[in-house]
Design a protein around this ligand. Sequence first.
Ligand SMILES: Nc1ncnc2c1ncn2[C@@H]1O[C@H](COP(=O)(O)OP(=O)(O)OP(=O)(O)O)[C@@H](O)[C@H]1O
Ligand SMILES: [Mg+2]
Length: 243
Amino acid sequence: MSQITHFEIWNLNIGIYLLMLEIKQLCKSFQSGLGERRVILDNLDLTVESSERLAIVGPSGSGKSTLLNLIGALDKPDSGDILLENQSVLKQFDKELASYRNREIGFVFQFHHLLSQLTVKENILLPILAREQRVDAQLLQRADYLMERLGIENLHKQRPSQLSGGECQRTAVARALINSPKILLADEPTGALDEASSEQLTELLLQLNKEEEVSLIVVTHSMKLASRMDKIYRLTNGKLQQQ
Ligand SMILES: Nc1ncnc2c1ncn2[C@@H]1O[C@H](COP(=O)(O)OP(=O)(O)OP(=O)(O)O)[C@@H](O)[C@H]1O
Ligand SMILES: [Mg+2]
């Protein structure tokens, strides 16, 4: 009789948890202005491991944001599947999809999308307030921790109009991480920042990726940012090619 050793069980666990995201044969097309359908993503495959960092580069209009929106369940593909820890994201009901977006995925965009009437701390807590009536002490502590970690603790009462671009983006990163997501999706996170703020944000994203054990997918036109990731993929003709 074959016996399963502790080593094999350990290996099995590693095998299960290493694969965070699996994208299979993903297709997406849009209706063009002339009425015909344009294929943007064409049987695209991708796997992302737990805590892995990857960059997606490619020409403007190649479908990078479209791909992130599909991973974040902000849009639905024509066909194909997206699995998060082996569970199909697309087969979930709308209610679960909202919870997936809220809890499993963190988003950072080129422009921060902070709410102007809320303070820094309220903006960071917004993903929690979207699903719960009140914020418990543990999450308030986490917001304080993230603000400290991102160097914005002294700004907690400020509103977005009183912040620099870099401070807004750091607030957006704290908001994206408040629910301890499994994947952080960043679409041109440094695109609107100066050199020094870009450097600072890049360093923080890399540090937090390790500390929070969150997989990081960054879309960028900056080869400087892309080269800091574990892998770089180029999106052209609807497919990803590792560089
Ligand atoms: N909702 C939509 N309806 C129709 N066409 C769309 C829609 N969203 C995106 N597109 C088209 O799909 C293509 C890919 O767009 P996408 O925004 O993903 O490109 P991108 O690679 O992110 O470009 P950029 O680097 O400029 O941000 C573009 O041609 C765009 O016009
Ligand atoms: Mg884009």
